[in-house]
Ligand binder design. Sequence first.
Ligand code: FRU
Length: 496
Amino acid sequence: MISQNLLDARRYEKDAGNRISKEARPAFHLSPLAGWMNDPNGFCIYKGQYHLFYQYYPYRSSWELMYWGHVVSQDLLHWEYLPAALAPDRYYDQDGVYSGSAMPLPDGRLLIMYTGVRVVDRSERPYKEVETQCLAIGDGTDFEKFEKNPVLDANALPAGGSTQDFRDPKIICLKDGRYGAIVANRSEDDSGQILLYTSGDGINWKFETVLIRNRNRYGKMWECPDFFELDGKQVLLVSPQDMLPQGFEYHAGNGTLCLIGSYDENSFSFREESDQSIDYGIDFYAPQTILSPDGRRIMIGWMMNWDACAIRGPEAPWAGQMSIPRELHIRDGRLYQWPIREFNELRRNRVEYRDVEVGEEKLYLDGISGRMVDMEVQIRPKDPAASYAKFVIRFAEEGETCTSIRFRPRESTLKIDRKFSGSRRAILHQRRCFVEDAQNELKLRIILDRYSCEIFIDGGRKVMSAALYTDQSAEKISFRADGDVLMNITKYSIVV
Ligand code: FRU
């Protein structure tokens, strides 16, 4: 039975979605059908299609009572909206249907595991709430909530585990054919831990172990875990709240963390070997991955961040978008990301320049402009013996308006700055990251869509993502350097 809440949302989102023109949305990044979007949820392949759900409030472009929106795709670039999948309509999820994941069952149905939220005490802020893990099973469009929900509650927590911060289950396949679910939780030390549950049928779950504890090292509570094997290593992705900066890593607030290590599934023990941010830009959080039929690990993240949401007001027709899907690899012990190769099919009108001299004078090049762009830029000092002080690319530029990336080889830093992108809010607009070994050559791949930029540095060794809401008429791209630089550039327009 489809609840009235869900019926209402489905009716509303259809009308509201129709009122948003194609041009008012990102061209190839997913935006909500109407209203607000945050985390990707339930990313999976079901009956030959990619399914992606998302944290959703259809009625306004602000985070409120959470639903699940739903889209499908053949290529992860062209998305078709399906009706909203889940609404807060049971006592155990009446205050929100939070993040979770999906897994096809052997009998052909699609299993969803999500977090149900129920406020139990409104006498003080923040409200006291209880989070539990719940199931919904369906045919890929309509889902029936399991009659014995919740399937994981306070009784399934280890001693000291918080019932208030217990969320974001990600179902994984275990090597012995059973299912696992990793769930984020706050432990008695006030920081995150990842709990592992197992199940033979996806319906009956039991607590197995604490897979890893944060111990207040990387922020406080951890959200949205994912856990998978990649290039012979084991990877844990989480999104920590309340981070402190560590050098050029984890620049405060709500961040992302990738732990690379080894894993023994017989004893469920994960040994950490290295840590890094997932994305070094302003807007990236809560990513989820899938394994594609041809064996690629593909990640998609929410290209927005809780610390910078004010860039988009609740009156906007939509808020929140997903990153470009990125193929993941481990190289030299680090996580590398690269836009999925399907994206190359959207490239048109190749424009190429070799050995262009860039100096003090702002440089515009014929054919290098636009807001839907895929551009590879390589720069090196003109005289290998004399470095330069600074290299700047401005894009989405018109008059004083622009977003810029600035490389300082003597400091080995790359800075993204959207202060002049048209934002009227005093929020986070800049972020720097450390770029190793780029004094002699810096390689960037810059992907622009109408409302975002994603900068892939050094073949994907680091990525910086940011949303920008600059007027679409600002479409110039310019180059400038303090010192003498030689630049190669290959640029495509993206046509969807
Ligand atoms: C992460 C998060 C999740 C939660 C969801 C609520 O961005 O806080 O932990 O499930 O958003 O919308």
